[in-house]
Ligand binder design. Structure first.
Ligand code: ATP
Ligand code: MG
Length: 416
């Protein structure tokens, strides 16, 4: 029977959960549209190299989390673990450079082979924005403000803290990297095996370690901000001044390093304490090196991705299903008229439920169970007069109206 279970870390989105997901993605799409982000989609699988080359050999995603397989044609394929690399690939392969700056919104499934737990799945869903082609701080500000607005619209901004850091430019980072490696070498015995492994290849990621011993060593490690060159300092100062100007509160977190290797300057994460260990709900940063690294013309970029599952959990409230109008034929001879009326009203944009069997009382029971806002009762006598009875379910009031006026009588229940 095991094969009839969904694969571990994946799950079905039944209507109730789907509504919660839609609520998150629809709100985000609407907010992003106000900021000028147009929706696009990239394929959910790419050549493995799209991720391997860009996310860095030592990132968690590449070393542990990718779903990679060889297809029947012998190509190495990866189910996308995130969407920024796909957008960058598309920017290059579609020749979009001449149209830059470009602003994209996306929403869809991502895949990571992780240990499943609450808020951590193997197929999960993200919304995200990418602003490609702008090197100035205004882009970072727009992107962060858009993220904050998405959270605000969902009513969860108050439950989050915006953590902010800078990773500086390449020059600053290499200075810091050397200092960090020097420092960490003095504590080799105290570091976890994983961190010792990373020391030469990707020491910055050690700052992100969850290991207790590592964290004690890291507590006194050199701090990035002391190594920023003037340009990087100015960029960060402008960013903070801009956020202050917009009234967006943030907390500096010098240990915040994004899990992916292609980031520079701005790194941020909206985190919450309301979801247990899975604190990050929406995270992003600047990735000026990415497109160049993939073989395109050097093109700056900045963006974020939010986890739909985590955001919808944070929203908390279950959204009620939409309420239909029930059509209830009274007596067998009105069935055909009922069927036709259902089609007519559906074409007019009403949500109509026509039961499948049973007498009036059984059909009214179904209408109640579905939470119908109104019922249209079609009796034989009334039909002879070309009329129908409308019962307004919440008030219990009933009225009789000519068939032709039904769209007006029911206008208040229109859903589209
Ligand atoms: P974490 O530290 O929780 O592993 P991450 O740094 O790997 O997060 P990102 O790559 O920044 O996450 O992805 C952006 C957002 O996507 C996260 O803030 C989170 O809301 C969501 N997310 C990431 N991985 C998962 C997952 N396995 N299941 C559900 N949501 C996820
Ligand atoms: Mg992760």
């Amino acid at each position: 029977m095991a094969t009839l279970q969904p694969v571990r870390g994946t799950h079905d989105l039944l209507p109730q959960e789907m509504r919660a997901h839609r609520h998150v993605s629809d709100s985000a799409r609407a907010v992003a549209a106000c900021y000028g982000f147009d929706e696009m989609a990239t394929p959910i699988f790419e050549f493995a190299n799209v991720f391997k080359r860009t996310l860095g050999d030592t990132s968690d995603i590449v070393t542990k989390e990718m779903y990679t397989f060889t297809d029947k044609g012998g190509d190495e394929i990866t189910l996308r673990p995130e969407n920024t690399a796909g957008v960058a690939r598309s920017f290059i392969s579609e020749g979009l450079a001449q149209n830059a700056p470009l602003k994209f919104f996306y929403s869809g499934p991502m895949f990571r082979y992780e240990r499943p737990q609450k808020g951590r799945l193997r197929q999960f869903h993200q919304i995200g924005v990418e602003l490609v082609g702008v090197a100035t701080v205004q882009a970072d500000l727009e992107v962060i403000a858009c993220g904050a607005r998405v959270l605000d619209d969902l009513g969860v901004l108050d439950k989050t803290v915006l953590e902010l850091n800078t990773l500086g430019d390449a020059e600053s980072r290499s200075g810091y990297r050397d200092a960090l490696v020097d420092y960490l070498r003095g504590y080799l015995d105290h570091l976890s095996e994983e961190s010792r492994d990373r020391l030469e290849r990707n020491p910055l990621r050690i700052l992100d370690s969850k290991d207790e011993g590592d964290r004690r060593v890291i507590a006194d490690a050199p701090v990035f901000t002391d190594f920023l060159n003037e340009e990087s300092q100015t960029f960060f100062a402008d960013l903070r001044a801009g956020l202050d100007g917009m009234g967006i509160a943030y907390k500096l977190n010098p240990r915040l390093v994004r899990g992916l290797d292609y980031y520079c300057h701005t790194a941020f994460e909206f985190t919450t304490t309301a979801l247990g260990a899975q604190g990050a709900v929406l995270a992003g940063g600047r990735y000026d090196g990415l497109i160049g690294m993939m073989g395109g013309a050097q093109t700056p970029g900045v963006g974020w991705a939010g986890g739909i599952e985590r955001l919808s959990m944070l929203c908390g409230e279950a959204l009620p299903p939409p309420r239909p109008i029930a059509i209830v034929p009274v007596g067998a001879s009105t069935k055909d008229v009922a069927f036709q009326l259902a089609e007519t009203l559906r074409r007019d944009g009403f949500r109509i439920d026509l039961g499948y069997s049973g007498n009036v009382s059984k059909r009214m029971k179904r209408a109640n169970k579905l939470g119908a806002c109104a019922a249209i009762l079609l009796g034989e006598d009334e039909l002879l007069r070309d009329e129908a009875t409308i019962r307004h379910m919440d008030s219990g009031e009933q009225e009789c109206a000519p068939m032709a006026t039904l769209p007006d009588v029911l206008a208040r229940y229109k859903t589209t």
